[in-house]
Structure formats: C-alpha cells, structure tokens
Ligand binder design. Structure first.
Ligand code: SAM
Length: 395
C-alpha cells in the first residue's frame, strides 16, 4: 500500500497495483510471443501445409470449412498448431494470476475507494441478485480461469484484474491490436460516415472493464457513457480505471437481454467481441433490447466476427477453431447468422443497416470509409480491419 494515498482526491492506478516479478514479466513476454507465433506464423504454415500437401490428396481445395476440418483433423501440422494455440491462450491468463493474488487486498482497496468517492463523476451500480446467464457461468469462456463473473471474497476484483492484465499479455505482439483500438476505429468511421451525428448518451454492451469507453468519451467529448456487463469484478475494476483516468463512466451490472434503462435512452449503442460468446437466442433478445433502447436517429455499431458467407473456407475454418477448442460454443452458430437478417428480426430497417470491414487506424491512417466486400485488397478482419454490423434508426 506504500504507493497509494487514499486520502488524496485522485484514485490510485489499479492497473499498476500488481507488481510482477522479473520472472513473471519474462513469462508473460514469452506467452505473448508464443500466442502470436501460434495464431499468426504457425497458422500460416498450417494453411500452406493444407494447400500444398493435404488438399491435393483430395483433388482440389475444399469449398466448405467443415471439409477442411475433416481433412486436417488427424494431420500432425494441425494437431501441433492446435495444441500450441490452446496452451498459449490458457498461459496468457495464467501468467498474471500470481501477481493478482499477491496484490488482491490492495486492488480491492483501490476499487472500494473509487466506488465510495467517484471523484471523476462516474458511478458503479451492482446487482448481487442478478442471475448471471448459464452461458457465462457454465464454463471458463475462452479459457480465462474463473471466467468473468467469479467472486471469491467480498468486493472481489480478481477477475477484473486477470481479464484486463491477461488480455494485455494476450494481445501484445499483435500489430493489429491496440488497447481500446476498436473504439477508435468505430468512432473515426462514425464521424466520417455520419457527420451530422454526435452522440449525447451511449451504451457499451458486454463492456467487461470498459476499455473501449474511455476512447469513445475522448472521441465524443461530453457524451454520457454507460457500460453494462454481468461480471461484478470486471465492473469494479473498470470503474476504478475510469475514476483514476478522470473520465466519468457509468457502470452497471445488468443482463443485456433485458436492462432497466428507459425506452429510447441512448443515441449510440456499441459492443465488441460480444455476440459470438452468447447463444443465438440470446443475441436475438439483445438486439431486440437495442431496438427498444435506441432513440430515433440513433446509431448501433457492433464489432464482431465476419459471418460465414463473407469469407472463404479456410478463413471460416481458422475462426471456428474457437468453438471446439476455446470454450466458445456459440461461435460457429453466431457466424452462421446473417447479421442484417438478425437486425431486421429485431425491427431494424435493412435499408439503414450495414455489415462491413472498417479500416484499422494503425494500418490505414488516412482511410475512413468502410471496405466493401468485393473491394480488391480489403483487409481481413483482425488484420488491418475490423468487421462491424449495425443500423441507424430512422429519425
Ligand atoms: C469477450 S468479452 C467482451 C470484451 C470487450 N467488449 C472488449 O472489447 O474487449 C464478453 C463480455 O460480455 C459479458 N457478457 C456476457 N453475456 C452478457 C450478457 N447477457 N449481458 C451483459 N454482459 C454479458 C461477459 O461478462 C464479458 O465481459
């Protein structure tokens, strides 16, 4: 606690409360590089093995991802790659657990201080009676030990720290990933595509610890920013991050399928990496809730994985790995959906809806327009661009 002064009006930086040892830092760097090697370099080598050695045995490359799945299942290249990717994923989160455990009382103290004082003017609203959906509680989603919601002690923030610090290990070494980068990509595109639109109140669904909310507030100064999630430790942690940053953000523990916000409460609703983690029936409920919460003239933008129809068999095979191997059972079913049709079912006008790739700021600093699917040289999702779908509600 030596570095903290809880009597001061600013909140300590919860992201630097843990103190990894030399060996832990070395392990985390190794995990970052190992994961990048598995998911980028090794995946490229496995694709070459498929195209050059495995596919010719069947006569021609497959046109459907399940055929590739079947052909590669017993190949050593795939098995080694898959084992490496699984272990690298798990190790990223495990690598931060010891430092979180050691610092837990201090982490909790900082989060409590933020919740009591709210010097930045944000808020934290928890609901201990909330029934966290079984699709979150039944398994450690994407191999994060303890998942998003687990609480082991009073006012626990451990999972907030594990998810936030572990995700930094997970995304380090990947040139196309930057912290909160998706929010910067989406807000830049909103300004270019809808110059008449300035949000006044926004909602981030499945916000985790709200890493995207601060960039949205920076992009749209004065916007009243709300983030909801079912995991209380994530929200406690994120609230402390925002209060330390001096950015007012309102966090509440709610199920996005049915929130307690009034009709038409938001003019911007966003999410990122959210829908592929929930079953399709829940996606339909969340989109219906977005329709209820969005003001006339409001905009909804969800960053997600591209639907099956939009990418080739190999890319589908690559993405769908997570369904069986990464505790993300809804992944393939979500990608089977046509997002425009899903939004239409929820009452959004298909003529005002979109599904396309937005240029990443790092890769395309001067381009703000979305990439059309048939545009030559369009970047792949996650490699120079991000797939988004959404709609604008008629004024
Ligand atoms: C992969 S994380 C999203 C990550 C974050 N948006 C980002 O861009 O890094 C999915 C989040 O959705 C939350 N979640 C899952 N089901 C939910 C629901 N029904 N309502 C609200 N949040 C939910 C999880 O707790 C988790 O924090």
């Amino acid at each position: 606690m030596a570095q903290m002064d809880l009597a001061n009006s600013t909140i300590a930086d919860i992201e630097t409360v843990t103190q990894p040892t030399h060996d832990e830092i070395a392990r985390q760097r190794f995990c970052s590089v190992l994961r990048r090697h598995a998911i980028q370099d090794f995946a490229t080598a496995v694709e070459a093995d498929y195209r050059e050695r495995v596919a010719p045995k069947a006569g021609a490359p497959a046109t459907r991802w399940r055929e590739i799945d079947k052909a590669m299942e017993r190949e050593n290249s795939y098995r080694f790659y898959s084992t490496l990717r699984y272990n690298a994923q798990e190790m990223c989160f495990l690598s931060v657990q010891p430092e979180v455990e050691r610092a837990l009382p201090d982490l909790i103290a900082v989060a409590r201080d933020a919740a009591e004082r709210n010097p930045a003017g944000g808020s934290l609203r928890l609901d201990p009676a909330l029934a966290v959906p079984a699709y979150v509680t039944n398994l450690d989603v994407h191999l994060t030990p303890g998942c998003f919601h687990s609480e082991f002690t009073e006012d626990d923030v451990a999972q907030g720290a594990v998810v936030s610090l572990g995700s930094r290990v997970f995304t380090a070494q990947q040139s196309h990933r930057s912290w909160g980068g998706v929010a910067r990509v989406i807000s830049r595109w909103i300004k270019a595509a809808y110059p008449d639109f300035t949000p006044t109140r926004m909602l981030d669904i499945g916000t985790t610890s709200g890493k995207n909310l601060i960039p949205y507030v920076e992009a749209f100064p004065g916007v009243e920013a709300h983030g909801i999630d079912v995991g209380a430790p994530l929200l406690r942690y994120g609230h402390a991050v925002a209060e330390h940053a001096g950015v007012p953000v309102h966090y509440s523990q709610q199920n996005a399928e049915h929130t307690d916000f009034p009709d038409g409460h938001f003019d911007l609703i966003v999410s990122s990496f959210f829908f592929h983690e929930i079953p399709v029936w829940a996606t339909k409920k969340v989109l219906a809730e977005c329709q209820r919460l969005l003001k006339p003239g409001g905009l909804m933008v969800h960053q997600e994985l591209p639907a099956h129809d939009l990418v080739d068999a190999w890319e589908n095979y690559f993405w769908n790995w997570d369904t069986r191997n990464n505790n993300e059972p809804a992944y393939t079913a979500f990608r089977d959906q046509d997002p425009i049709a899903l939004m239409a079912d929820a009452g959004f006008d298909p003529a005002a809806s979109f599904a396309h790739i937005l240029p990443d700021i790092g890769a395309y600093p001067d381009r703000t327009a979305a990439f059309a699917w048939d545009e030559p040289g369009r970047p792949r999702h996650g490699k120079g661009g991000w797939y988004v779908f959404g709609s604008r509600k008629p004024a």
